[in-house]
Design a protein around this ligand. Structure first.
Ligand code: SD4
Length: 335
């Protein structure tokens, strides 16, 4: 645990304070509130075990980037979670294809979309960020890169997912279910989406984020949602904060949702108000569509304040910080 004392951190490394003018000093000082750092937040109730894993790194003073990668690997590996990682539901042709992205405090980012046969897409996204000159790899190229990096290529379609897909094929109706993330997963029922988006601030005040999903269940082959798209499913600006999204990705992409939330926080909005404004834009552009779908945003600012907002009620998020490790907060909503 960290003590609760507030202190002022001088971020202008190497700069002599005495040499700076009064206004330059003001800009170079970032208040670090160690009652609020470290902190990790993530989407939905299943964020609790993911946050717990992230905390094993954050609580020891580790880097936010390492924490978010480790954290989201928990739902990626969970065989009961049919919407993130290896047990994810397939597309309508029976292929499990995964989307993930990651972003660090320096604005570096990496992403994979529609990757197949690899159980931990978030770690491949990190490898794209750290080991290639690129930001995003997709499909076969992403799988090829992962194998070259030593990731195991394996069949991801589990018997349970296959059964649910075959059941779905009987009607082949594609209709996203609102808040399916928090519903009991019953084989054969219509679950269409789930995603974990995670944002963390480490003890140094650095922010990172990760987002990973199998996307909308029974989607068209090749469909990519918002989750692996930097600016849509995830965005981090270390000066301002970070944001991530869940729900029907098409509407998030159309509004560049997570980037919008961060830019609204830059203009002074609180995390919750920034998420609310982003949600309201989606509703305003397509009021009829919005009545039938869920989109939720989750955000944190540089001070460690967090908030969320969704179109429909039922969106929850998990918080883990120095005070509480397993808090579940019900996000506010427009409807
Ligand atoms: C997608 N946004 O693929 C993801 C799905 C999701 O909660 O977030 N579900 O569109």
């Amino acid at each position: 645990m960290y003590n609760r004392r507030k202190f002022i951190k001088i971020t202008a490394a190497g700069a002599s304070l005495a040499a700076l003018t009064r206004s330059a000093v003001a800009k170079s000082i970032v208040p670090v509130d160690d009652t609020k750092y470290p902190i990790v937040i993530s989407t939905w109730d299943f964020g609790v075990p993911a946050n717990k894993e992230a905390w094993t790194i954050l609580g020891k003073g580790g880097r936010a980037l390492d924490a978010v990668e480790a954290g989201v690997k928990i739902p990626e590996a969970d065989m009961n979670n049919h919407t993130v990682g290896r047990a994810g539901y397939p597309d309508r042709d029976g292929h499990v294809s995964l989307d993930a992205c990651i972003m660090d405090e320096n604005g570096n980012c990496g992403s994979v979309a529609a990757i197949e046969y690899i159980a931990h897409p978030i770690s491949v996204a990190r490898a794209v960020m750290e080991k290639t000159p690129h930001v995003m790899l997709v499909g076969e190229g992403a799988t090829q890169f992962a194998v070259e990096q030593g990731f195991k290529k394996e069949k991801l379609l589990t018997p349970e997912s296959e059964k649910a897909w075959k059941e779905w094929l009987k009607t082949a109706q594609y209709s996203p279910v609102v808040n399916i993330e928090n519903q009991q997963h019953v084989p054969g029922s219509k679950y269409n989406h789930d995603t974990i988006g995670m944002l963390a601030i480490d003890a140094k005040g650095n922010i990172s984020g990760a987002c990973t999903t199998s996307g909308m269940a029974f989607k068209m082959r090749g469909r990519v949602g918002d989750s692996p798209i930097i600016g849509a499913g995830l965005y981090v600006d270390n000066e301002v904060g970070g944001a991530t999204s869940t729900g029907v990705g098409e509407e998030v992409i159309r509004n560049v949702g997570s980037f919008l939330v961060v830019e609204l926080m830059r203009q002074g909005l609180s995390p919750e108000d920034a998420c609310k404004e982003a949600v309201n834009r989606i509703i305003k552009k397509k009021p009829e569509t919005a009545k039938k779908i869920q989109v939720g945003f989750l955000a944190i600012n540089k001070k460690g304040e967090y908030g969320a907002y969704a179109i429909q009620s039922g969106f929850s998020f998990a918080v883990c910080n120095t005070q509480q490790q397993d808090l579940i907060v019900k996000g506010k909503s427009a409807m």
